[in-house]
Design a protein around this ligand. Sequence first.
Ligand SMILES: [Fe+2]
Length: 282
Amino acid sequence: MITLVHASDVHFGKPFRPAAAEAFLDAVGRIRPDAVVVSGDFTQRAKVHEYEQAAAFLARLAPLPVVVTPGNHDVPLYRVFERLFAPHRNYRRYIHDDLDTITRIAGATLVSLDSSAPHAAIVNGRLDRRQLAFAREAFDASPASDARIIVTHHNLAPAPDYDGGPSMRGAGRVLAAFAEMGVDLVLSGHLHRAYVSRAHDVVPRNELAADVVIVQSGTTTSSRGRVRERADNSFNLLRVDDRSIEVTRYLRRQRAHDFEPCAVQRMPRPGVGRLERPVHHE
Ligand SMILES: [Fe+2]
């Protein structure tokens, strides 16, 4: 079994809450996961001092493997010249050299894909064909039994509440490609509230090879929680074994000290179908 902690939208800068960050680091210390995922929006305005603080925060997770991806707030929105010509300069300098990454731990391959699209779709995000090919190659080179996990900032499924924001551009096409690659799980953020969805919530059943599990984290350390997590913070604990995925949502209420588990969802691992499907040779 592998154990992951999935945080998102930490937003160093004005909305950052130091007390929430300390509570999060305490929780990670207690859980002792195999890896930590932070699915984008490290900063509020992509400024150097915000990135310096974000890098110091990530350093405190060492020696755990940490999987990262840029969010739309990690590229400058108002510094237009920088956005056009060097949008990820500060991200690359302080968070990670590469925008698309592959992380292998025992039992899982995690591929992070940059959805921030600073020239095109800065709010809704997008993934292109080259990135889907990058993920496919990474998974093709992995043991068949590995959990296959995608990390990307923008949500591929809408929130199941009354305040639905749009999903990533081309979400159906992207999910169909992931299902075909045998992806088990997609971890994202962006909407600042936690929920669990499935690919079939977005794309009809007969158009997908598998019902990929989609897990969203709220904002783990900022004051920008939305809708039912207004002013709250959240992260997810995931336990993935040969047959199932269990997601525990941890919530830190506005005036609380610690994160507390508040919901547990368990579902079959979609990639198991990939392993058990008979191979037909023509
Ligand atoms: Fe955000």
